[in-house]
Design a binder for this molecule. Sequence first.
Ligand SMILES: [Mn+2]
Length: 374
Amino acid sequence: MTALRFVHTADLHLGRPFGGFPEADRLRVARRGLIARLTDVARQGGAPHVLVAGDVFETPNPAAQTWRQAVAEMAEAADLTWWLLPGNHDNLAAARTTWEAIQARGAANIRVLDTAAPVPLGEHAVLLPAPLTVRRPSSDPTAWMAACETPPGIVRIGLAHGPVQGFGEGEMPADVVAPDRDRTAALDYLALGDWHGALRVSDRVHYAGTPERTGFLHPGRGTCHVVEIAGAGSPPHVETVETGVFGWHRVTLDLVPGDDPAARLTAALPQGPRRDLLVQVTAQGRLRLGDATALAAAAEEIGPEFCHFDLDTTALSAEVDAADLDEIAPTGALRAASTELAAEAADPALSARDRALAAAALRRLHALVAEGGR
Ligand SMILES: [Mn+2]
Protein backbone atom coordinates (compact mmCIF):
# COMPACT_ATOMS: atom_id res chain seq x y z
CA MET A 1 0.00 0.00 0.00
CA THR A 2 1.05 3.62 -0.37
CA ALA A 3 1.53 5.33 2.94
CA LEU A 4 -1.54 6.76 4.69
CA ARG A 5 -1.32 10.50 5.17
CA PHE A 6 -3.75 12.69 7.06
CA VAL A 7 -4.01 15.99 8.91
CA HIS A 8 -4.75 15.66 12.62
CA THR A 9 -6.33 18.77 14.10
CA ALA A 10 -8.81 19.53 16.89
CA ASP A 11 -10.49 22.25 18.91
CA LEU A 12 -11.25 24.66 16.09
CA HIS A 13 -13.77 26.36 18.42
CA LEU A 14 -15.33 28.22 15.50
CA GLY A 15 -17.47 31.08 16.77
CA ARG A 16 -15.42 31.72 19.93
CA PRO A 17 -16.30 35.29 20.99
CA PHE A 18 -13.06 36.39 22.76
CA GLY A 19 -14.91 38.84 24.98
CA GLY A 20 -12.59 41.09 26.95
CA PHE A 21 -9.98 41.37 24.20
CA PRO A 22 -9.91 44.81 22.55
CA GLU A 23 -9.35 43.26 19.12
CA ALA A 24 -11.77 40.35 19.56
CA ASP A 25 -13.06 40.90 16.03
CA ARG A 26 -9.61 40.17 14.58
CA LEU A 27 -9.32 36.99 16.69
CA ARG A 28 -12.74 35.83 15.43
CA VAL A 29 -11.80 36.53 11.81
CA ALA A 30 -8.56 34.54 12.24
CA ARG A 31 -10.58 31.51 13.41
CA ARG A 32 -12.79 31.82 10.36
CA GLY A 33 -9.64 31.51 8.24
CA LEU A 34 -8.79 28.13 9.75
CA ILE A 35 -10.57 25.98 7.17
CA ALA A 36 -8.58 27.63 4.37
CA ARG A 37 -5.29 27.22 6.26
CA LEU A 38 -5.98 23.56 7.10
CA THR A 39 -6.88 22.98 3.45
CA ASP A 40 -3.49 24.39 2.42
CA VAL A 41 -1.65 22.22 4.97
CA ALA A 42 -3.47 19.09 3.80
CA ARG A 43 -2.74 19.78 0.11
CA GLN A 44 0.89 20.70 0.69
CA GLY A 45 1.33 17.63 2.88
CA GLY A 46 -0.28 15.31 0.34
CA ALA A 47 -2.92 14.37 2.92
CA PRO A 48 -6.41 13.67 1.49
CA HIS A 49 -8.02 13.40 4.95
CA VAL A 50 -8.51 16.00 7.68
CA LEU A 51 -9.37 14.49 11.07
CA VAL A 52 -10.90 16.97 13.54
CA ALA A 53 -10.75 15.47 17.04
CA GLY A 54 -13.68 17.32 18.59
CA ASP A 55 -14.81 20.86 19.38
CA VAL A 56 -15.28 21.99 15.82
CA PHE A 57 -17.59 24.64 17.28
CA GLU A 58 -17.34 26.75 20.42
CA THR A 59 -21.01 26.24 21.28
CA PRO A 60 -23.62 23.55 20.52
CA ASN A 61 -25.71 26.03 18.54
CA PRO A 62 -23.30 28.20 16.56
CA ALA A 63 -24.67 31.09 14.50
CA ALA A 64 -25.82 29.99 11.05
CA GLN A 65 -23.06 32.04 9.40
CA THR A 66 -20.43 30.39 11.59
CA TRP A 67 -21.27 26.81 10.69
CA ARG A 68 -22.63 27.36 7.17
CA GLN A 69 -19.58 29.29 6.00
CA ALA A 70 -17.21 26.71 7.52
CA VAL A 71 -19.13 23.79 6.02
CA ALA A 72 -19.37 25.48 2.61
CA GLU A 73 -15.62 25.99 2.63
CA MET A 74 -14.98 22.36 3.55
CA ALA A 75 -17.33 21.25 0.78
CA GLU A 76 -15.48 23.45 -1.73
CA ALA A 77 -12.23 21.65 -0.88
CA ALA A 78 -13.68 18.61 -2.65
CA ASP A 79 -10.31 16.85 -2.98
CA LEU A 80 -10.22 16.45 0.83
CA THR A 81 -12.45 14.48 3.20
CA TRP A 82 -13.30 16.23 6.47
CA TRP A 83 -13.96 13.90 9.42
CA LEU A 84 -15.75 15.84 12.17
CA LEU A 85 -15.97 14.43 15.69
CA PRO A 86 -18.39 15.90 18.27
CA GLY A 87 -16.39 17.00 21.35
CA ASN A 88 -17.54 18.33 24.71
CA HIS A 89 -18.42 21.80 23.38
CA ASP A 90 -20.43 20.36 20.48
CA ASN A 91 -21.48 17.00 21.96
CA LEU A 92 -24.27 15.00 20.31
CA ALA A 93 -26.86 15.67 23.02
CA ALA A 94 -26.49 19.45 22.98
CA ALA A 95 -25.53 19.99 19.32
CA ARG A 96 -27.73 17.39 17.61
CA THR A 97 -29.56 20.06 15.60
CA THR A 98 -26.28 21.46 14.29
CA TRP A 99 -24.83 18.07 13.33
CA GLU A 100 -28.08 17.03 11.65
CA ALA A 101 -28.18 20.27 9.67
CA ILE A 102 -24.59 19.70 8.51
CA GLN A 103 -25.45 16.14 7.43
CA ALA A 104 -28.64 17.34 5.73
CA ARG A 105 -26.59 19.76 3.65
CA GLY A 106 -25.27 16.62 2.01
CA ALA A 107 -21.63 17.38 1.16
CA ALA A 108 -20.08 14.03 0.19
CA ASN A 109 -16.66 15.02 1.55
CA ILE A 110 -17.90 15.98 5.04
CA ARG A 111 -18.37 13.06 7.41
CA VAL A 112 -19.96 13.68 10.81
CA LEU A 113 -18.74 10.92 13.13
CA ASP A 114 -21.83 10.50 15.30
CA THR A 115 -21.45 6.76 15.95
CA ALA A 116 -18.82 4.79 17.88
CA ALA A 117 -18.29 2.28 15.07
CA PRO A 118 -15.45 1.71 12.58
CA VAL A 119 -15.53 3.53 9.21
CA PRO A 120 -13.16 2.92 6.28
CA LEU A 121 -10.50 5.59 5.82
CA GLY A 122 -9.41 4.95 2.25
CA GLU A 123 -8.68 1.36 1.22
CA HIS A 124 -6.12 0.28 3.79
CA ALA A 125 -7.20 2.00 7.00
CA VAL A 126 -10.13 2.21 9.34
CA LEU A 127 -11.18 5.08 11.57
CA LEU A 128 -12.42 4.30 15.09
CA PRO A 129 -14.25 7.43 16.30
CA ALA A 130 -15.33 8.15 19.87
CA PRO A 131 -17.92 10.95 19.58
CA LEU A 132 -18.95 12.55 22.87
CA THR A 133 -22.65 11.96 23.41
CA VAL A 134 -22.79 14.29 26.40
CA ARG A 135 -20.56 17.05 27.78
CA ARG A 136 -19.03 14.80 30.44
CA PRO A 137 -19.28 11.09 29.64
CA SER A 138 -19.48 8.62 32.54
CA SER A 139 -16.90 6.27 31.04
CA ASP A 140 -13.83 6.28 28.80
CA PRO A 141 -15.28 6.95 25.30
CA THR A 142 -12.45 4.95 23.69
CA ALA A 143 -13.10 1.75 25.70
CA TRP A 144 -15.07 0.10 22.87
CA MET A 145 -12.08 0.23 20.52
CA ALA A 146 -10.33 -2.63 22.36
CA ALA A 147 -13.06 -5.10 21.35
CA CYS A 148 -13.44 -3.80 17.79
CA GLU A 149 -12.03 -6.25 15.27
CA THR A 150 -10.78 -5.25 11.85
CA PRO A 151 -9.20 -7.32 9.03
CA PRO A 152 -5.48 -8.09 9.43
CA GLY A 153 -3.11 -5.60 7.78
CA ILE A 154 -5.55 -2.71 8.09
CA VAL A 155 -4.24 0.49 9.75
CA ARG A 156 -6.31 1.40 12.82
CA ILE A 157 -6.73 5.10 13.67
CA GLY A 158 -8.55 6.12 16.85
CA LEU A 159 -10.16 9.58 17.10
CA ALA A 160 -11.28 10.91 20.48
CA HIS A 161 -11.78 14.02 22.60
CA GLY A 162 -10.94 14.26 26.29
CA PRO A 163 -8.19 14.50 28.86
CA VAL A 164 -5.50 11.86 29.30
CA GLN A 165 -4.16 11.85 32.81
CA GLY A 166 -2.32 9.72 35.30
CA PHE A 167 -0.25 7.77 32.79
CA GLY A 168 -1.24 4.64 34.70
CA GLU A 169 -0.62 6.04 38.17
CA GLY A 170 -3.41 5.96 40.74
CA GLU A 171 -7.10 6.20 40.05
CA MET A 172 -8.45 8.02 37.02
CA PRO A 173 -11.75 9.88 36.75
CA ALA A 174 -14.28 8.00 34.63
CA ASP A 175 -14.35 10.40 31.68
CA VAL A 176 -10.64 10.22 31.00
CA VAL A 177 -9.13 8.53 27.96
CA ALA A 178 -6.78 5.68 28.93
CA PRO A 179 -3.29 6.82 27.90
CA ASP A 180 -2.38 3.27 26.79
CA ARG A 181 -5.42 2.89 24.53
CA ASP A 182 -3.12 2.54 21.51
CA ARG A 183 -1.78 -0.70 23.02
CA THR A 184 -5.02 -2.16 24.41
CA ALA A 185 -6.89 -1.46 21.15
CA ALA A 186 -3.97 -2.11 18.77
CA LEU A 187 -4.19 1.40 17.35
CA ASP A 188 -1.55 2.61 14.94
CA TYR A 189 -2.37 6.16 16.00
CA LEU A 190 -4.74 7.80 18.48
CA ALA A 191 -5.66 11.34 17.40
CA LEU A 192 -6.80 13.32 20.42
CA GLY A 193 -8.44 16.67 21.03
CA ASP A 194 -9.29 18.68 24.15
CA TRP A 195 -5.84 19.92 25.26
CA HIS A 196 -5.30 23.12 23.29
CA GLY A 197 -1.54 22.74 22.88
CA ALA A 198 0.28 20.14 20.80
CA LEU A 199 1.24 17.28 23.11
CA ARG A 200 2.87 13.92 22.52
CA VAL A 201 1.51 11.39 25.03
CA SER A 202 3.49 8.51 23.48
CA ASP A 203 4.76 7.52 20.02
CA ARG A 204 1.25 6.70 18.81
CA VAL A 205 -0.89 9.00 21.00
CA HIS A 206 -0.93 12.72 20.25
CA TYR A 207 -2.92 15.87 20.96
CA ALA A 208 -2.93 18.14 17.92
CA GLY A 209 -3.75 21.29 19.89
CA THR A 210 -5.90 24.03 18.45
CA PRO A 211 -4.70 25.39 15.08
CA GLU A 212 -5.38 28.96 16.28
CA ARG A 213 -4.59 29.35 19.98
CA THR A 214 -7.35 30.27 22.42
CA GLY A 215 -5.37 31.65 25.34
CA PHE A 216 -2.06 32.23 27.13
CA LEU A 217 -1.87 28.72 28.63
CA HIS A 218 -0.50 27.36 25.35
CA PRO A 219 2.23 29.73 24.15
CA GLY A 220 3.08 30.66 20.59
CA ARG A 221 1.07 30.09 17.46
CA GLY A 222 -1.43 27.33 16.79
CA THR A 223 -0.34 24.18 14.99
CA CYS A 224 -1.67 20.96 13.51
CA HIS A 225 -0.10 17.59 12.76
CA VAL A 226 0.54 15.97 9.40
CA VAL A 227 0.75 12.23 10.06
CA GLU A 228 2.16 9.52 7.82
CA ILE A 229 1.82 5.80 8.51
CA ALA A 230 3.58 3.42 6.12
CA GLY A 231 1.42 0.43 7.02
CA ALA A 232 -0.23 -1.50 9.86
CA GLY A 233 2.19 -1.73 12.78
CA SER A 234 4.57 0.91 11.40
CA PRO A 235 5.36 3.79 13.74
CA PRO A 236 3.62 7.04 12.76
CA HIS A 237 5.69 9.94 11.48
CA VAL A 238 4.24 13.12 12.98
CA GLU A 239 5.12 16.53 11.59
CA THR A 240 3.91 19.65 13.39
CA VAL A 241 2.91 22.51 11.08
CA GLU A 242 2.24 26.10 12.19
CA THR A 243 -1.25 27.29 11.27
CA GLY A 244 -1.98 30.14 13.68
CA VAL A 245 -2.00 33.83 12.78
CA PHE A 246 -1.79 35.04 16.37
CA GLY A 247 1.02 34.33 18.83
CA TRP A 248 0.17 34.27 22.54
CA HIS A 249 2.98 34.97 25.01
CA ARG A 250 3.43 35.29 28.75
CA VAL A 251 6.53 37.20 29.76
CA THR A 252 7.96 37.51 33.26
CA LEU A 253 10.26 40.44 34.07
CA ASP A 254 12.39 40.00 37.20
CA LEU A 255 13.55 43.49 38.05
CA VAL A 256 16.13 44.86 40.45
CA PRO A 257 16.87 48.49 41.35
CA GLY A 258 19.23 49.95 38.78
CA ASP A 259 17.65 48.13 35.84
CA ASP A 260 16.61 50.19 32.84
CA PRO A 261 12.98 49.06 32.85
CA ALA A 262 12.17 50.14 29.27
CA ALA A 263 15.22 48.32 27.89
CA ARG A 264 14.44 45.20 29.94
CA LEU A 265 10.84 45.25 28.72
CA THR A 266 11.83 45.62 25.06
CA ALA A 267 14.41 42.84 25.30
CA ALA A 268 11.89 40.44 26.85
CA LEU A 269 9.17 40.92 24.23
CA PRO A 270 8.55 38.20 21.63
CA GLN A 271 9.69 38.74 18.05
CA GLY A 272 7.31 39.01 15.12
CA PRO A 273 4.72 41.42 13.76
CA ARG A 274 3.35 43.01 16.90
CA ARG A 275 -0.16 43.50 15.56
CA ASP A 276 -0.45 39.67 15.58
CA LEU A 277 0.95 39.13 19.07
CA LEU A 278 -0.87 38.96 22.40
CA VAL A 279 1.38 39.56 25.37
CA GLN A 280 0.90 39.34 29.10
CA VAL A 281 3.82 40.83 31.02
CA THR A 282 4.24 40.18 34.73
CA ALA A 283 6.77 42.53 36.33
CA GLN A 284 8.10 41.38 39.67
CA GLY A 285 10.97 42.18 42.00
CA ARG A 286 11.92 45.72 43.01
CA LEU A 287 12.39 49.00 41.20
CA ARG A 288 13.00 52.53 42.26
CA LEU A 289 9.81 54.54 42.16
CA GLY A 290 10.90 56.67 39.20
CA ASP A 291 11.87 53.54 37.24
CA ALA A 292 8.49 51.95 37.99
CA THR A 293 6.89 55.05 36.50
CA ALA A 294 9.19 54.77 33.47
CA LEU A 295 8.19 51.09 33.05
CA ALA A 296 4.49 52.02 33.04
CA ALA A 297 5.16 54.81 30.53
CA ALA A 298 7.11 52.44 28.25
CA ALA A 299 4.27 49.89 28.42
CA GLU A 300 1.73 52.55 27.58
CA GLU A 301 3.71 53.58 24.54
CA ILE A 302 4.51 50.11 23.23
CA GLY A 303 1.26 48.38 24.21
CA PRO A 304 -0.99 49.67 21.40
CA GLU A 305 1.39 48.18 18.80
CA PHE A 306 0.20 44.73 19.92
CA CYS A 307 -3.10 42.95 19.35
CA HIS A 308 -3.30 42.71 23.13
CA PHE A 309 -0.86 43.94 25.76
CA ASP A 310 -1.17 43.67 29.48
CA LEU A 311 1.37 44.72 32.12
CA ASP A 312 0.76 43.35 35.60
CA THR A 313 2.79 45.14 38.27
CA THR A 314 0.97 43.87 41.36
CA ALA A 315 4.02 41.76 42.31
CA LEU A 316 6.44 44.67 41.82
CA SER A 317 7.56 46.61 44.86
CA ALA A 318 9.05 50.05 44.71
CA GLU A 319 12.08 51.35 46.55
CA VAL A 320 11.19 54.77 47.79
CA ASP A 321 13.58 57.35 49.14
CA ALA A 322 13.12 60.97 50.20
CA ALA A 323 14.10 62.25 46.74
CA ASP A 324 11.24 60.23 45.19
CA LEU A 325 8.80 61.70 47.67
CA ASP A 326 10.18 65.17 46.96
CA GLU A 327 9.39 64.60 43.30
CA ILE A 328 5.75 64.00 44.19
CA ALA A 329 5.57 66.99 46.54
CA PRO A 330 8.06 68.50 49.00
CA THR A 331 5.30 69.45 51.44
CA GLY A 332 1.55 69.51 51.90
CA ALA A 333 -1.24 66.99 51.48
CA LEU A 334 0.35 65.08 48.57
CA ARG A 335 3.57 64.67 50.56
CA ALA A 336 1.62 63.42 53.59
CA ALA A 337 -0.32 60.95 51.45
CA SER A 338 2.77 59.66 49.66
CA THR A 339 4.72 59.28 52.91
CA GLU A 340 1.85 57.27 54.35
CA LEU A 341 1.59 55.08 51.21
CA ALA A 342 5.35 54.46 51.23
CA ALA A 343 5.12 53.34 54.85
CA GLU A 344 2.19 51.03 54.12
CA ALA A 345 3.92 49.55 51.07
CA ALA A 346 6.80 48.48 53.33
CA ASP A 347 4.79 47.51 56.43
CA PRO A 348 5.28 43.81 57.21
CA ALA A 349 2.24 43.91 59.51
CA LEU A 350 -0.01 44.41 56.46
CA SER A 351 -1.12 41.67 54.08
CA ALA A 352 0.77 41.26 50.81
CA ARG A 353 -2.31 42.47 48.98
CA ASP A 354 -2.57 45.66 51.04
CA ARG A 355 1.15 46.35 50.60
CA ALA A 356 0.81 45.86 46.83
CA LEU A 357 -2.19 48.17 46.78
CA ALA A 358 -0.29 50.90 48.62
CA ALA A 359 2.70 50.48 46.27
CA ALA A 360 0.41 50.67 43.23
CA ALA A 361 -1.26 53.81 44.57
CA LEU A 362 2.13 55.38 45.20
CA ARG A 363 3.26 54.57 41.65
CA ARG A 364 0.05 56.07 40.28
CA LEU A 365 0.58 59.22 42.31
CA HIS A 366 4.19 59.47 41.13
CA ALA A 367 3.16 58.88 37.53
CA LEU A 368 0.35 61.47 37.73
CA VAL A 369 2.69 64.14 39.09
CA ALA A 370 5.35 63.22 36.49
CA GLU A 371 2.71 63.49 33.75
CA GLY A 372 1.55 66.86 35.04
CA GLY A 373 5.13 68.10 34.94
CA ARG A 374 5.70 67.09 31.29
MN1 LIG B 1 -11.66 22.39 23.24
